[in-house]
Design a protein around this ligand. Structure first.
Ligand code: ATP
Ligand code: MG
Length: 176
């Protein structure tokens, strides 16, 4: 009964990272400990960076990405992205196995998989070997057969409407 869950929020609609943060907020209410390791994200500003200070010591944020890969303002070589994603996965493994956290969020990891920054079999073996009580939440646009298989809870965020399509730009406190 006390077995931890593997949870995946994926899909093209908004709300994946928000859902994971919602779980964190709920858990912290019971004095549980949550660690969020962010893949891809890294070189811009968003609310979680500041919330993590307010939620100390129950919430830890590890920003391990280098920003957008191959689009917008990406001025990093793909090798740098691969290196930071591999480091993020090592950190994730350490956090998951440390038993210091009840829940570990691997934010945007599915995107890192899709871009082949990390190897799927490495993630799967980390998940298969995780301490039984630990919950792991995976987010990102994409889904793979193996993650679908191993996960206990999978929710697809499907875009119905997004203000971006009307030209409304990302909003502070809603989108970042
Ligand atoms: P959030 O962090 O807001 O929960 P998300 O994790 O579901 O979003 P990501 O793919 O991580 O989505 O994208 C992060 C940013 O992209 C957010 O600012 C979000 O509003 C925006 N975004 C998400 N889905 C869409 C979409 N379908 N069209 C345009 N922008 C989107
Ligand atoms: Mg996200």
């Amino acid at each position: 009964m006390n077995r931890g869950l593997i949870i995946a929020y994926y899909g093209n609609g908004k709300g994946k990272t928000t859902a994971a943060l919602g779980v964190a907020l709920r858990a912290i209410g019971y004095n549980l400990n949550v660690c969020m390791v962010q893949f891809i994200k890294g070189e811009w500003d968003y609310g979680e960076i500041y919330s993590s200070n307010l939620l100390k010591p129950n919430f830890e944020l590890v920003i391990a990405g280098k920003g957008f890969v191959g689009i917008l303002d990406d001025d990093h070589d793909i090798k740098e992205h691969i290196e930071s994603a591999k480091t993020a996965l090592l950190i994730a493994k350490e956090k998951i196995n440390s038993l210091r956290y009840d829940t570990i969020i691997l934010d945007e990891i599915n995107y890192a998989l899709k871009l082949k920054l990390i190897e799927e079999h490495e993630l799967i073996s980390i998940l298969e070997a995780k301490p039984p009580k630990v919950n792991v939440i995976l987010t990102g646009n994409y889904m793979t057969d193996q993650i679908m298989d191993i996960a206990d809870l999978v929710t697809e965020m499907r875009e119905i409407k997004h203000p971006f399509k009307k030209g409304i730009r990302a909003k502070k406190g809603i989108d970042f």
